[in-house]
Design a binder for this molecule. Structure first.
Ligand code: PLP
Length: 357
């Protein structure tokens, strides 16, 4: 297998894939694949409940939060959040820290008044805008951030204080990469395909009091209350994807939990950033104090050299290092599944490339 630095869908731990492979044709004593199971069957019930229980454990999710396994990707949450949470003032505060935050706020504008509290757009989203509590509207129905900006390689190292206004966070590209105090958020959500499992599942963790406020006209599939009441089984859930999430949560536990992964992720990122800071050829593009632990963005400053690097890296088994099509350059996504060894080998390769070019 190659060293896969894809931003999404991202690499999965070999142990998880091998476990899935072993159980692919016949799961336990069920006599069938998980893919062939009725979502209402006993063995599947144990899988989905087991996934939720394990997640609650490793993420320390308080009892007053619901866990949902939905579909539609993170992008559907861009609409589902305003549709369910805009209910009193029909106002929401957004921090525009990247393309996905920008997409989210544009979607919310269809349903109510969006106040862009701060934006780093003018600086190509190279930093996380710092916002103080008094900059938020105390009447807003919620405040929204994108916790880790996959394309630009920035993340919040400290979450803003929004007072009593519920904070909603898109954690698609950083979920379970470091410890998070769930109680600080109204909603945490994540598309699965970066740090959790295969594409097709969207994880939503929602505080109970935020459920049940959607208008009658909101389509059933977009109503959190129906999803909660039916324990993510209002219709057929993405059964196999949820099973993969369960394997992933068990793997995280076996690694020593989120705290252990956080330590490893910080080590991994430091190896890469330290080299970028000393290199004469490569340069990190994100503001230093906002650097992501998951997506490391860098350039040489010369597009032809960037392309040569990506090509030679690919040939050497370091794949998917090309930056997002909107920004160019390079991006190494080092999600939970990427090993320290993988990052060290990449840096060795970069050093060799630097000395040869
Ligand atoms: N939010 C973030 C932070 C992302 O990185 C992405 C995808 O790359 C999305 C949202 C969109 O996710 P999806 O493709 O699941 O809709």
């Amino acid at each position: 297998r190659v060293f896969n630095f894809s931003a999404g869908p991202g690499a999965l731990p070999l142990e998880v894939l091998e476990k899935a492979q072993k159980e692919l044709v016949c799961y336990g004593d069920s006599g069938m694949s998980v893919m062939e199971m009725s979502h209402r069957s006993k063995p599947y019930d144990a899988i989905i409940k087991g996934a939720e229980a394990k997640l609650r454990e490793i993420m320390n999710i308080p009892d007053n939060y619901k866990v949902l396994f939905l579909q539609g990707g993170a992008s559907l949450q861009f609409a589902m959040i305003p549709l369910n949470l805009m209910r009193n003032s029909y106002k929401a505060d957004y921090i525009e820290s990247g393309m996905f935050a920008s997409k989210a706020l544009k979607e919310a504008q269809k349903f109510g008044k969006v106040n862009v509290v701060a934006s780093s757009k003018a600086d190509k989203y190279a930093y996380i805008p710092k916002v103080t509590k008094d900059q938020f509207d105390s009447e807003a129905d919620y405040a929204y951030i994108c916790a880790n900006n996959t394309i630009y390689g920035t993340k919040y190292h400290e979450y803003p204080d929004t007072g009593n206004v519920p904070l909603v966070a898109d954690m698609s590209s950083c979920i379970l990469s470091e410890q998070v105090d769930v109680s600080r958020f109204g909603i945490i959500y994540a598309g699965a395909q970066k740090n959790l499992g295969p594409a097709g599942v969207t994880l939503v963790i929602i505080r109970e009091d935020l459920v049940g406020h959607a208008k009658e006209t909101v389509p059933s599939m977009l109503n959190y209350q129906l999803m909660v009441e039916n324990e993510s089984m209002y219709n057929t859930p993405p059964t196999y994807g949820i099973y993969m999430l369960k394997l992933m949560f068990e793997w995280i536990e076996a690694q020593g939990g989120v705290a252990a992964l956080e330590k490893r992720n910080k080590e991994k990122a430091a190896v890469l950033y330290n080299y970028l800071d000393e290199s004469k050829m490569f340069k990190g593009t994100a503001n230093k104090e906002d650097r992501s632990l998951m997506n490391v963005t860098f350039v040489t400053g010369n597009e032809e050299l960037d392309a040569k690097f990506v090509k030679e890296a690919t040939a050497a088994g370091f794949v998917n290092l090309k930056g997002h099509r909107s920004v160019g350059g390079m991006r190494a996504s080092i999600y939970n599944a990427m090993t320290l060894e993988g990052v060290q080998k990449l840096v060795e390769f970069m050093k060799k490339f630097e000395s040869e070019n």
